[in-house]
Design a binder for this molecule. Sequence first.
Ligand SMILES: [Ca+2]
Ligand SMILES: [Ca+2]
Ligand SMILES: [Ca+2]
Length: 254
Amino acid sequence: MTRSKWMIVIVVLLLVAMVPVLVMAQGGERTGTVKLVRGERAQPVTDVPKGTVALTGPKAVLPQAPTQKLGLAPAETHFRVREGFEASWPNGPWDTFDNNGALGGDVCWDDENWIAFRGDWSGWPAGGCADGLDPNLFYYPDDMDSWATIGPFSTEPADAGHLTFRYWNNSEEGWDYFLWCASVDNIDYYCDYHTGYTNNRWRIGRLNLNNVPGYGSMLGYPEVWIAFVFQSDFINFVGYDGPFVDNVHLRVRR
Ligand SMILES: [Ca+2]
Ligand SMILES: [Ca+2]
Ligand SMILES: [Ca+2]
């Protein structure tokens, strides 16, 4: 081969070698579990390799109490929240707040009508409090530590507690985290998280209070909290829409 042909071969080989890099640059995502202490940023401890989607296992089968298995008693609901963000929010047991003070302004969750799994409205972590934005016009800001909580509620008489919800996310992968968590002291929260892009799809998020990641069972406690958290770092080089949450269903029963 002539020298110029060798050059072409080398260039082609280099381009082929770059394909995985180019593919990975196009909006990957990661999920995992992490312990989150209120007032601190999450330090993810387990990572799924970039581009691997491992969000949820097979559909959870709700465990039944012995009496139910025998057909003696129907399930008894002790605490239930259904939220589709189509009416006034926050309401009832919900609370929302900015957890890092003046840093990044005063930003918390609110109901918004930019995108929804069902209806027209969903929850968004940058829409509420004094410096809240409209997702129809803005991306999420930097330095966020935005919380939406349900609770406290009791699980003392409960045999089962399940949280399910839908979420859509586009956040800066590896830097800006959407987390869903549970706590028995409102300080240490145990969470699953998503960072990156859900490819314009709504995913199912789950939390089983009988098997909270990193903790174990949170059944049998006088006070339990659920939290949806979004944390962004100090910079984005391009704009991201962030996480939207819809069809939240929490049920604690025996
Ligand atoms: Ca909705
Ligand atoms: Ca703040
Ligand atoms: Ca960021």
